[in-house]
Design a protein around this ligand. Structure first.
Ligand code: UD1
Ligand code: CA
Length: 467
């Protein structure tokens, strides 16, 4: 699609979100790891509009700061103009507040700020439909199984648009209508401005309804179209925590369907928590109860057992992650094996074929190719070479209470069980460390480092009472 230089997008995000019962503004509530408003901005960006206006009001600074901080991560390159709505008196007055922006453009796409499941493709099709003639307005309508709470689209005797009637103002006959207003519209800017000036407060809360402008535009003899989408989930407006959970569930289902389409095996696609932007290679098998979040990328033919948590990490091909493993901001090369119950903390790198096993924690360390940290260890601030074996219960003592210090363990070192490395310390290649040692000084290549009290055996001092 070519950039639309006469089109701006206006996102309405000033509302109080009262039904969320939350101190967090509604547009910032996360759905699958990203705030609601990010989905709307991303879909808007796909149209390449000349500008995106965001109407803010309730907790406006928080919303503005969050959008400014993350917009480049969300891929938003269109300039964003924030518009303050001073009195929160409805979606119509939100658009009125944006008139100075609207005046600069011929066409306007208006989106509610609470529909995270909308698709960019739908916005494109709506826009193409609207721009195909001299139209005054277009509303995206959809038939939903349960229309309660939405504005209903009332059609005239010819099947054309007549009005949108809000739930609060609907009589029983209108309440039967299942075709609802999705909260996505296109307008001819001049017709919209003329209609906005005719708005009067409506309904039990005396609000200015944006939806009334479509009736006025039609009365001014400009065609008003209803563009129908078939997937009703696109229209789901998040007004409550229950709808927030529902939106998350639908988005996860979409992500799961995409991944299965790409050849990923999800043993139970209804019990995995995979964020939208996650990439996973074909033939990777994922068991239930697994979280794969943020910017994670996983290769082909991996195995992720149940209860695994992976965030903002990269796993190459043929990696096995056993149950209960927690991985955050880490890089895992091919054929590594993790868990059960391993913990990789930020800036951990596992080179090809490395193993980190039962109850071992790795922090800001590199574990070299084929090296093993299999049992009950803590490895922090460590550069470990290839072919190293770390015995059970080995600890790097990297923190002296004030500063963190590095440990270097070169290639092919063999470390016995229950060793403490008091950092800063270096163990040269092919060295061996005796079990139970507390190593405080460099150990030279090919030598045995042993630092523990000698065993004493005192006769007749055993457990059996001697008298
Ligand atoms: C609105 C529509 C309804 C539609 C539904 C779709 C109106 C009058 N009704 O109802 O027909 O079926 O969306 O989800 O528009 N907002 C402001 N300033 C305000 C009030 C609201 O910016 O003063 C914003 C909100 O932040 C929200 C959007 O406008 O993003 C819609 O407001 P909301 O209160 O959620 O309207 P609904 O009752 O859901
Ligand atoms: Ca809503």
């Amino acid at each position: 699609m070519v950039a639309q230089k006469n089109l701006c997008v206006l996102i309405l995000a000033a509302g109080k979100g009262t039904r969320m019962k939350s101190s967090l503004p509604k547009p910032l509530h996360p759905v699958c790891g990203s705030p609601i408003i990010s989905y709307i901005l991303k879909a808007a960006q796909a149209l390449q509009p000349a500008a995106i206006g965001v109407v803010v009001g309730h907790e406006s600074n928080q919303v503005i700061d969050a959008v400014n901080a993350h917009m480049s991560a969300w891929g938003i390159t269109a300039p964003i103009v924030f518009i303050q709505q001073k009195e929160l008196t409805g979606s119509g007055s939100a658009v009125k507040a944006a008139i100075p922006l609207l005046q600069k453009f011929e066409k306007v796409l208006v989106l509610n700020g609470d529909t995270p499941l909308l698709r960019a493709a739908t916005l494109r099709q709506m826009t193409d439909c609207f721009l195909s003639g001299q139209n005054g307005a277009l509303v995206c309508g959809v038939s939903v199984p349960n229309p309660h709470g939405y504005g209903r689209i009332v059609r005239n005797e010819h099947g054309g648009f007549e009005a949108i009637v809000e739930e609060a103002d609907a009589d029983d006959a209108v309440k039967q209508i299942t075709e609802i207003n999705s909260g996505m519209y296109l307008f001819d800017s001049k017709a919209l401005q003329a209609a906005l000036s005719q708005l009067i407060p409506q309904g039990p809360k005396n609000e200015y309804y944006l939806t009334d402008t479509l009736t006025f535009i039609s009365q001014m003899n400009h065609p008003v179209l209803v563009y129908t989408v078939s997937d009703y989930t696109e229209a789901l407006g998040v007004n409550s925590k229950a709808q927030l959970a529902e939106a998350g569930q639908i988005l996860r289902a979409r992500t799961a369907a995409r991944l299965m389409d790409e050849g990923v095996t999800l043993v139970n696609p209804y019990d995995v928590y995979i964020d939208e932007q996650v990439q996973i290679g074909a033939d990777t098998v994922i068991y239930p109860g697994t979280y794969i979040l943020g910017k994670t990328v996983i290769g082909r033919n991996c195995l992720l057992e149940g209860g695994v948590y992976i965030k903002d990490s990269v796993l190459a091909d043929n990696v096995t992650v056993k149950m209960g493993t927690y991985i955050e901001e880490a890089t895992v090369e091919e054929t590594c094996q993790l868990g059960p119950y391993a913990h990789l903390r930020p800036q951990s790198v596992l080179k090809k074929g490395a193993k980190v096993g039962n109850f071992s924690e790795i922090k800001k360390s590199t574990i070299g190719e084929g090296s093993k940290v299999n049992h009950l260890s803590y490895i922090g601030d460590t550069q470990m070479g290839a072919g190293v074996n770390i015995g059970a219960g080995t600890i790097t003592c990297n923190y002296d209470g004030v500063n963190k210090h590095p440990t270097v363990i070169e290639d092919h070192v063999f470390v016995g069980s229950n060793v403490n490395f008091v950092a800063p310390v270096t163990v040269r290649q092919y060295a061996k460390i005796g079990a139970g040692s507390t190593i405080t000084k460099e150990v030279a290549a090919n030598s045995l480092g042993i630092a523990r009290a000698r065993q004493v055996v005192l006769e007749n001092k055993g457990a059996k009472k001697n008298d």
